[in-house]
Design a protein around this ligand. Structure first.
Ligand SMILES: Nc1nc2c(c(=O)[nH]1)N[C@H]1C(S)=C(S)[C@@H](COP(=O)(O)O)O[C@H]1N2
Ligand SMILES: [Mo]
Length: 318
């Protein structure tokens, strides 16, 4: 695997230079530490813009969303409801120190320090991202397979689901502190164990070759590319294996609009809008902007994941 070819953001885009450099050093150390896919790259190449072969993009045919859009058009209700709120209002959020507790129906419950997670072999994945609100992006994530982490804690035979919980920190998250009670905090999400173990499911600690910005879910968030974006829970502090289906924030809020499965499905409309097409954010278009594009079953990952749902009614289990 190689880093994709996209314009590298300036360090000043999101963090003070000093903080960026030290965090980048940490991330680079993680990338260098045992990342087999980097073996062919010259030493120190990671810090520089790496150039993939023209048009290669690892054969995905996907063009990454501009960094500026991916980091300034966000959903992160802990910081407010507007798309610009997370970038503008997450400056006082501290993604360090940080731990992630992995527990529940496992033989070896464990607390991971964020530095240990960053020191794992990391890889880059260029994934489509489809929000349930019918817009989309293409984001180069940096992270590792959730399955690798789950195997370390040794799930018991009784474990059927994985529950995820975001941090609860109203003092640093104005949306949690607000009188406007949009969701029951902390934000919660869940997957079936087989979905969580699927090789496409990752925990991301970075994007666009750098540490995850606060607004994108620092320091670690879930990415499940065949599901609507709300499944990709941000700023995770707890992962719990359970026998029964866990509560999830959006399903609690409006079960008829946001299903537990939330697989991207152009054939099943949201009660208030069509899911057949999507608006690619930041894509260059003509005078009137980029045209809408068709939404793909399982967001384009049907070949890899449709088998997980064999025999299920995807209209009922939406
Ligand atoms: N904790 C938490 N996680 C969250 C959300 C949120 O409000 N809070 N929003 C979700 C939604 S609706 C989407 S589309 C994605 C957006 O991720 P991005 O801002 O990195 O593109 O994050 C998801 N994860
Ligand atoms: Mo979303």
């Amino acid at each position: 695997m190689r880093l994709f070819d996209y314009p590298r953001p300036a360090a000043s885009d999101i963090t003070p230079e000093g903080a960026y450099l030290s965090r980048r050093a940490t991330l680079a150390a993680g990338l260098a530490g045992g990342a087999a896919w980097l073996a062919g790259a010259p030493r120190g190449a990671w810090a520089d813009p790496l150039r993939a072969a023209p048009g290669a993009l690892s054969g995905t045919g996907l063009t990454p969303t501009p960094f500026q859009d991916a980091t300034h058009y966000n959903n992160f209700y802990e910081f407010g409801l507007e798309k610009t709120d997370p970038a503008e209002r997450s400056g006082d959020f501290h993604p360090r120190p940080w731990t992630v507790r992995v527990e529940g129906l496992v033989a070896r419950p464990r607390t991971y320090d964020i530095d240990a997670l960053l020191a794992r072999p990391l890889e880059e994945r260029l994934y489509r991202m489809r929000c349930v609100e019918a817009w989309s992006m293409v984001i180069p994530w940096i992270g590792f397979a959730l399955a690798d982490l789950l195997k370390e804690v040794e799930p018991l035979g009784s474990a059927k689901y994985v529950a995820f919980e975001s941090v609860l920190r109203p003092a640093e998250m104005p949306g949690q502190d607000s009188m406007l009670h949009v969701l029951d905090w902390p934000y919660a999400e869940g997957l079936r164990l087989d979905e969580a173990m699927h090789p496409l499911t990752i925990l991301a600690v970075g994007l666009y070759g750098r540490t995850l910005p606060n607004q994108n879910g620092a320091p670690v968030r879930l990415v499940v590319p065949w599901k609507y974006g709300f499944k990709g829970i941000k700023s995770i502090v707890r992962i719990r294996l359970t026998e029964t289906r866990p509560r999830t924030a959006w399903n609690d809020r409006a079960p008829d609009e946001y299903g537990f499965y939330a697989n991207v499905n152009p054939a099943v409309d949201h009660p208030r809008w069509s899911q057949a097409t999507e608006r690619p954010i930041g894509a260059r278009g003509g005078f009137f902007g980029a045209a809408r594009q068709p939404t793909l079953p399982f967001n384009g990952y049907a070949e890899q994941v449709a088998g997980l749902y064999a025999g299920m009614d995807l209209r009922r289990n939406f």
